[in-house]
Design a protein around this ligand. Structure first.
Ligand SMILES: [Zn+2]
Length: 634
């Protein structure tokens, strides 16, 4: 694992404003002392996503995600910790140097780095090649699609020469090993130990990752060759996993977030054409397959997807497949009605970008699209066929995760198909159960990570209140640290005390949000959830913080005493209890009763101004006899 020094991380966090960072991804509104937004991590209509600027901390009361700016960037962009820190560092002009610690990881990182360098250099070379005399036909093809030199420069489009020699000669001048060219997928291993160049006489589209690094190429055929595909992509490599990459996402991300909508095109040229015309939320999968990972990726950015596929059978099939994955992730799917035989590129060339925007605006819901298709094919005239079609719709309807939306859509589809909505609802319900019982869909190309539902660890509400105080008020923290013993003894009877003890051992400086958030980051997920799920955690500490802390500690002592009392009584009521044991329990009960009396007096302290020198109250005198101790056995 490579590592970023703590100083660097803290420096970056200190220079970063979480409201700015989050505001660059989603719309953030000020609401009194906090900032609110619609949560980008779950579906919601009223904002439960809160940002506390003073604490540099966000928290969603809906899905319980919380953390600092690093956590936010990690989550929304699906980055590693190191990449998120680098990204934030770049915003504030701090360069991040990673220190490698594990030689194996270090080697893998170096290998990745070299592959990215190799791709970058190759991109530059192929781009130069596009402007050579030999590439006239490649430029001509671009021109025929309405693209000029500027577009080629903006997208760094390249040309792979027809003759392998040209490329090989250049590659020999570079400092990469043969194995690295093969690892990058640019060379393939040929017969008798030779190599061949994978792309020949193709227009080369660089494919980039979310940082904008080129990680692969997609090559478009320039001369018709039935033996080879119109487009071929780099094979999967250590830096390129096809099912995780969407073409142009690195450019479209901001617009997608802004519009809360993604335009999914069928091919890369379509996506490029859209961007060139200022329709900047367009992306395309690589090849036709739209995977579950793609849908998961998009869920972070958009609540609605507009599908813009060709109006032919292949296009319909692709649309349905995309719908299945997107609906599964709670993304609403609308379909753009493209005139037959047109794609976004050809359409805009003929009718202009405004006309295309108009079509986008009149996109219809996926089910309306599907029903219209069926009606056009005459499937709805015959009752038998209509029934079969309704059945087909039920399994698609059952994919809508939101109950209210699903209900509305069942109603709508029922009306349009003239099917009773009760019957339809029953059928949808059965379809949903059938899908749930199915182990996994066979056509998933990536192993599914199980959706783990993490719950907060059990914690007493007063204990979690004190945890919040200890993290956000230096006075409370200092005072509580002196009550360590009292707390420790309550741990047996109240849930969550170890977490408070952990805070009081680490003692992160409440005046520094960096220190507090760094501490929170070291907690386990159930611990963090236990803390942040308490609404008081997000409030400012009360004015009389000592008073509030004392009162809460008194409450803890009282609760612990009552539980201890109940536990003694439960043990005394057991049958066949020995006399010695009974005596000890009686003594203990008497002591607890005494102590409980004290609780009634609400902890009046002799010296209120030096509370940390004298623990106010000791509900568990050290010397009490525990019945389990060996010397107490008869
Ligand atoms: Zn949320």
């Amino acid at each position: 694992m490579s590592q970023i020094s703590r100083e660097t991380t803290e420096q970056i966090l200190a220079a970063t404003d979480i409201v700015d960072v989050i505001g660059s991804y989603i719309e953030v509104k000020r609401a009194g002392a906090v900032y609110k937004a619609l949560c980008p991590f779950h579906n919601e209509k009223t904002p439960s996503f809160n940002i506390n600027q003073a604490r540099q901390f966000f928290h969603c009361f809906g899905c319980k995600k919380s953390g600092d700016a690093i956590t936010f960037v990690r989550e929304i962009e699906n980055l590693t910790f190191a990449d998120a820190v680098k990204k934030l560092g770049a915003r504030v002009g701090i360069t991040v140097v990673e220190e490698a610690v594990d030689p194996k990881e270090d080697q893998a990182r170096r290998q990745r780095g070299r592959l990215l360098d190799l791709h970058r250099e190759t991109t530059e070379f192929l781009h130069q090649m596009l402007f050579t005399r030999e590439a006239t036909h490649a430029r001509e093809y671009l021109k025929s699609r309405g693209f000029g030199k500027e577009m080629a420069v903006r997208w760094q489009i390249g040309w792979m020469p027809e003759s392998s020699e040209t490329f090989l000669n250049w590659a020999r001048t570079k400092n990469y090993k043969r194995g690295e060219w093969i690892d990058a997928g640019i060379f393939g291993s040929g017969e008798r130990g030779g190599v061949f160049v994978r792309f020949r006489d193709r227009l080369m589209f660089p494919i980039r990752n979310e940082h904008g690094d080129v990680i692969a190429f997609s090559g478009r055929q320039l001369r018709h060759d039935p033996k080879s595909g119109k487009y071929i992509n780099s094979p999967e490599t250590p830096v390129f996993k096809k099912s995780n990459v969407l073409f142009a996402l690195e450019r479209a991300r901001q617009s997608i977030l802004k519009e809360n909508c993604v335009l999914l095109c069928e091919g890369q040229i379509d996506a490029i054409a859209c961007h060139e015309q200022g329709i900047t939320h367009a992306i395309a999968p690589l090849g036709t397959a739209f995977t579950p990972n793609h849908a998961k990726l998009l869920r972070r950015y958009a609540k609605t997807a507009l599908l813009c596929f060709d109006a032919d059978k292949a296009g319909f099939t692709a649309a349905e497949r995309a719908y299945r994955e997107l609906a599964h992730e709670g993304i609403a799917v609308r379909v753009v009605r493209m005139p037959a035989g047109e794609d976004p590129d050809s359409f805009m060339q003929k009718h202009g970008a405004d006309a295309f925007r108009e079509i986008l605006g009149s996109a219809v819901d996926f089910f309306d699209f599907k029903i219209d298709q069926a009606a056009a094919a005459g499937l709805l005239d015959d009752p038998q066929q209509r029934l079969a079609f309704a059945k087909e719709c039920t399994s698609l309807l059952s994919l809508i995760p939101d109950a209210v939306l699903r209900e509305g859509m069942i109603e709508h589809v029922g009306t349009r198909l003239k099917a009773g909505s009760i019957e339809l609802r029953d059928a949808v319900f059965r379809a949903a159960r059938a899908t749930k019982n199915k182990p996994q869909r066979a056509d998933r190309d990536a192993p599914q990570e199980p959706e783990l539902v993490v719950e907060g660890m059990p914690i007493d509400s007063t204990v979690s209140y004190l945890c919040g105080l200890a993290l956000h008020s230096a006075t409370a923290q200092e005072w509580l640290a002196e009550q360590f013993e009292t707390l420790h003894e309550a741990a047996e009877f109240l849930e969550g005390v170890p977490l408070l003890e952990e805070i009081l051992s680490a003692r992160p400086d409440p005046a520094s949000h960096v220190a507090v958030n760094a501490f929170i980051a070291t907690l386990t997920e159930p611990q963090r959830l236990a803390l942040t799920s308490d609404p008081t955690f997000h409030d400012d500490p009360p004015e009389n913080v000592i008073g509030a802390t004392e009162e809460a500690l008194a409450k803890i002592c009282a609760k612990a005493l009552h539980r201890r009392d109940a536990s003694i009584k439960a043990r005394m009521s057991q049958p066949n209890i020995e006399l010695g044991e009974m005596n000890r329990l009686l003594n203990e009960a008497k002591l607890v009763a005494e102590l409980l009396k004290g609780v009634g007096q609400r902890f009046v302290f002799s010296d209120r101004f030096a509370p940390n020198r004298k623990p106010p109250f000791k509900p568990f005198p050290r010397k009490t006899h525990s019945p389990s101790r060996p010397e107490n056995n008869p």
